[in-house]
Design a protein around this ligand. Structure first.
Ligand code: ADP
Length: 290
């Protein structure tokens, strides 16, 4: 099988412990995770706090290395030290706190950091920086000081910094968790745009179900294992199973679920507000006609 057929990221029986004491415990942080993420897809990872989402994501670009099993990126084993730079060029990470990701005192210098480290010539760096800043809507701020920007703007600069590497995949680890509603909206729009452009594979870890309803695939983690894996419609209709593992379905699904408790028989896979409204409207119209 060649690297193309293997998917961009592949974990095989991945097991991880943070320290020796954990090794003695019955439950490692990751327990035999088998996962394949295809190039060009948008995958959301859900799970309650401490279920292992970040730990899994940090294996995708060799920040963490497996204790058991292995992780392949484009067929490259992350434990091979000689390949780490190649792996990190392919898989960029955006974390929760933009302050920890910004390294320079001027926006465009910050975004230039990765391509400079990769040794590109100045005109290529300029091109990549401008392109990335335009993509996240921060080009006008290129000469500003990052510390004077809002949280959402800083996060957009951090995303531009990753984009300037032109990675094959960006892993977003709760990128909106520390942002106000406006900042969250802007970041969600950028993720959606990247997904629609189709040339970057997107992996999104989030607590906001609404951010995931247009994902190609949802992976649900519980206690270090993948417990659900499917399209948003397939995953979210299991409202009770989600509750058992400490998660809520999107509000649209919750509404339909509650209405069904009153004796209605509505499909639970109407995820968008429009679909949900239409399903309820049709049911009530049918009721009135009877
Ligand atoms: P999630 O992203 O789903 O909230 P994490 O992957 O951050 O979960 O954490 C999974 C488990 O690993 C939790 O029990 C957490 O306390 C533990 N953990 C996370 N980071 C560390 C660390 N640096 N050292 C020790 N334990 C950690």
């Amino acid at each position: 099988m060649n690297a193309m057929n293997q998917g961009l990221i592949r974990t095989e029986d991945l097991t991880y412990y943070y320290n020796e004491a954990d090794r003695m415990m019955p439950l490692p942080v990751l327990r035999g995770v088998d996962l394949e993420i295809e190039q060009g897809t948008f995958t959301a990872i859900l799970g309650h706090n401490g279920s292992g989402k970040s730990t899994l994501a940090k294996h995708f670009n060799a920040i963490l290395l497996p204790e058991g099993g292995r992780v392949l990126v484009d067929g490259m084993d992350t434990r091979n030290e000689a390949l780490v730079i190649d792996i990190r060029r392919r898989i960029g990470m955006v974390f929760q706190n933009p302050d920890n990701q910004i390294v320079a005192n001027v926006v465009e210098e910050d975004v230039a950091f990765a391509p400079e480290n990769l040794g590109f010539p100045p005109d290529e760096i300029r091109r990549r920086v401008d392109e990335a800043l335009k993509l996240v809507g921060m080009y006008e701020f290129r000469e500003h000081a990052p510390h004077l920007l809002s949280g959402g703007q800083k996060q957009r600069v951090a995303i531009a910094g990753v984009l300037a590497m032109r990675p094959k995949c960006i892993v977003f680890d709760e990128p909106t968790a520390m942002l106000d509603p406006q900042g969250r909206d802007d970041v969600v729009k950028i993720i959606r745009r990247l997904r629609d452009n189709g040339d970057v594979t997107v992996v999104l870890i989030t607590h906001h179900m609404r951010e995931t309803i247009d994902a190609d695939r949802i992976i649900v983690m519980n206690d270090g294992q993948i417990v659900m894996d499917g399209t948003p419609k397939d995953v979210f209709k299991n409202v009770e199973r989600l509750k058992e593992i400490g998660l809520a379905a999107p509000e649209t699904t919750e509404l339909l679920y509650e209405l069904n408790k009153t004796g209605m028989d509505l499909p639970l896979d109407a995820l968008s507000v429009e679909e949900c409204a239409s399903v309820i409207y049709s049911a009530f119209s049918a009721e009135v006609r009877r």
